[in-house]
Ligand binder design. Structure first.
Ligand SMILES: *Cc1c(COP(=O)(O)O)cnc(C)c1O
Length: 431
């Protein structure tokens, strides 16, 4: 029976009267795939239910945080318990210390860290600290990598790697991004060429070690180590933005998986267990630059608030309590990838599945996607019809070709089988 979306439609039309595009974050508006967004009432495990009573198997997981599944009983109960004792104190409380200690146990590369309230804030602050430490203004970022919406990181390449980045967004004056240099992801030669010309001015490289914000793009062999070596050679600070990959690709994220150690790490999403919490941290010498120890200012009224901290801490405790978590994610990830690849072959649909652990994308293109330019070769119309077909069949995917999909502990092998059966039908029609 086809899903009915009348309440979703009514509410999203009403939302448009009050919120730009009817949403509080743009990709939720379904602009890239057409139609009205479904409005979600509740979620549990790997399922979400909309306001019309339709239930979906969810492959978004709130864009990453829900590695344990939605409304995990331990997390919900801990949050309920702690909320009785006050929502925010504006002073240090015991669990902040516990969470900091727990994060350091997962991330041996972090000596000191600071808790903040969003990934955007954490990335912005990490770059400020890295610049403050290196005393060089230039920042290298990679085209198609997303580090939140702070002004100086909202930049992509203008016309090639050597040009100064132009701002991505209206309202960001070019003077604000004049020290932001963008190069193609996975292109060490471009980084080297840029450094040969501008090395004196550049103090920071910030990268998603596995790119997840242009669809899922793994680092090519040697790319991350190459960045590490260049940072050593040129006295630059290497910042891994692990907001998406942290606690997901391994206990210690991409740095654990690939064995490359950054100077600073940014964490978000999973570290807050679904609440607004993120952090940045790294080597002591860098983090001692942060106020009140040092001259780099950064602060936050709700930073480390007890409810968010409790959601994060309980999530990390649950990760510890599930020793086979990452094996499970790899196993259902492999099942999904193998199944989708077979369907592509059988239906003749041109596409490729790219995956690292529990993060994956089905790209509708004929070539390996290694950077922003190859990602842009995708047939986004075909993605849109795949997305809509899967939504009707009860599977909630990211509503954009250029966003990674996520698996979590709550997905079982049977959920993947059901997804593959539906995908086979839907892809049979879009070919
Ligand atoms: C989501 C994300 C951010 C931004 O985090 P918000 O909490 O949305 O501000 C930054 N970097 C990466 C890699 C992300 O995936």
């Amino acid at each position: 029976m086809p899903a009915i979306h009348s309440q979703s439609e009514r509410l999203s039309l009403e939302a448009e009267q009050h919120l730009p595009g009817g949403v509080n974050s743009p990709v939720r508006a379904f602009r890239a795939v057409g139609g009205h967004p479904v409005v979600i009432q509740s979620a549990s495990g790997c399922h979400m239910t909309d306001v019309d009573g339709n239930t979906y198997t969810d492959f978004v997981g709130s864009w990453g945080p829900m590695i344990l599944g939605h409304a995990h009983p331990a997390v919900i109960s801990a949050v309920q318990q702690v909320a009785q004792f006050g929502l925010s104190f504006g002073a240090t409380s015991p669990r902040e210390v516990e969470l900091a200690r727990a994060i350091k146990r997962f991330y041996p590369s972090i000596d000191l860290l600071r808790l903040v309230s969003s990934g955007t804030e954490a990335c912005m602050s990490a770059v400020r600290v890295a610049r403050g430490y290196s005393e060089k203004p230039g920042v290298i970022k990679f085209e198609g990598c997303y580090h939140g919406h702070s002004d100086c990181l909202l930049a992509k390449a203008g016309s090639g790697a050597m040009t100064l980045a132009l701002p991505d967004s209206a309202g960001v004056p070019p003077s604000v991004t004049q020290h932001t240099y963008t190069v193609p992801f996975n292109d060490l030669a471009a980084v080297r060429a840029l450094l040969a010309e501008k090395g004196q001015e550049i103090g920071v490289i910030v990268v998603e070690p596995v790119a997840g914000n242009m669809g899922l793009i793994p680092p090519l062999p040697g790319f991350l180590q190459g960045l590490r070596d260049l940072c050593n050679e040129h006295s630059m600070v290497l910042v891994f933005d692990e907001v998406m990959t942290g606690f997901r690709l391994s206990r210690s994220g991409a740095q654990g998986l690939y064995g490359v150690v950054p100077d600073m790490t940014v964490l978000g999403k999973i570290v807050g267990g679904g609440m607004p919490l993120a952090c940045y941290g790294g080597r002591r010498a860098l983090m001692e630059k942060v106020a009140p120890l040092g001259p780099v200012y950064q602060a936050g009224t709700l930073s480390g608030n007890p409810v968010a901290v409790t959601a994060g801490l309980t999530t990390l405790e649950q990760i510890d309590a599930q020793p086979d978590l990452y094996q499970h994610l790899e196993s259902i990830g492999a099942q999904l990838q193998t199944g989708l690849e077979k369907i592509l072959q059988d239906t003749g649909v041109v596409g490729r599945v790219q995956r690292v652990g529990s993060m994956w994308t089905l790209f509708f293109t004929d070539r390996p996607v290694v950077d922003y330019v190859t990602a842009k070769t995708c047939d986004t119309q075909r993605f849109a019809s795949f997305f809509r077909g899967m939504l009707e069949a009860g599977f909630y995917l990211p509503p954009s070709q250029f966003e990674a999909a996520f698996l979590g502990a709550a997905h079982r092998s049977q959920d993947i089988d059901a997804f593959l059966q539906a995908a086979s039908r839907v892809l049979g029609k879009v070919s």
